[in-house]
Design a binder for this molecule. Structure first.
Ligand SMILES: *Cc1c(COP(=O)(O)O)cnc(C)c1O
Length: 231
């Protein structure tokens, strides 16, 4: 296998640009989730060796062997892809966070399967903020009842909201979606003051997301390099 280039410099650049964006926007520092879909355990271990703890995966089946292989590193695993209820048991055992909860049914399934030996599962409500047809995530008016249902589950810990805004080439419109999410997050916190996480922003737009109020960004290709095209 060819040697993996040291991801340390890219990680350092991303973290310092994140800190600058937060500072410029008068915002608290945001956390980085390194999106490791399609990357193998060796590439993830190299990023972990550079100091990164939180990793995001889209598919339960792809993630499980990597989580197992890297167990000794005590990394923090985030599920950031859509989760079907029939995989809720696997996800509730293997992940530390599920960022894509968009129904009370899924929340109940995760709560039922979260092992007692583990901390409550951290969850984010995924919001379809651009109201795109066929996209996952609840509608903004469904956030409050879903948050109440999750807060009733002792095996879950509601942390906040997540969104994947439409890949709008016009940055002004993308910022409008981030701003709309920040407003939803602020509104939800009036009833749930402990919420601390607004997850939005990817390689192309994580700095804009932080300026608009993201407290967590999910960055893949800017850190690991371009993803190979899907076969
Ligand atoms: C793939 C993915 C990312 C990261 O995308 P990059 O453009 O590689 O940074 C972030 N969030 C979700 C939900 C993703 O599926």
């Amino acid at each position: 296998m060819p040697p993996i280039p040291d991801p340390g410099p890219a990680l350092g650049r991303i973290l310092s640009s994140m800190a600058n964006a937060a500072h410029a926007g008068g915002r608290p520092a945001a956390r980085l989730v390194a999106v490791s879909k399609t990357r193998d355990a060796q590439a993830i271990a190299a990023v972990a060796a550079a100091g990164q703890r939180a990793f995001g995966e889209n598919y339960v089946q792809e993630a499980l062997p990597k989580i197992e292989a890297l167990r000794a590193l005590s990394l923090e695993w985030h599920l950031i892809g859509h989760l079907q209820s029939n995989k809720a048991d696997l996800a509730a055992r293997a992940f530390d966070w599920v960022q894509t909860v968009d129904s009370a049914r899924l929340a109940t399934a995760l709560a039922r399967h979260r092992p007692e030996a583990l901390e409550p599962l951290n969850v984010l409500i995924q919001v379809n903020i651009d109201d795109e047809a066929g996209k996952h995530g609840c509608r903004p008016q469904e956030i409050a009842p879903l948050a109440a249902a999750i807060a009733d589950q002792p095996r879950l810990r509601l942390r906040g909201l997540m969104a994947i805004p439409a890949p709008e080439p016009d940055m002004t419109r993308r910022r409008a979606a981030f701003r709309a999410m920040a407003a939803q997050f602020d509104a939800l916190r009036t009833n749930h003051p402990d919420l601390d996480t607004l997850s939005m922003g990817m390689s192309e737009d994580f700095l804009a997301a932080i300026e608009e109020g993201a407290t967590m960004v999910r960055v893949g290709s800017a850190l690991f390099g371009p993803r190979p095209p899907k076969p």
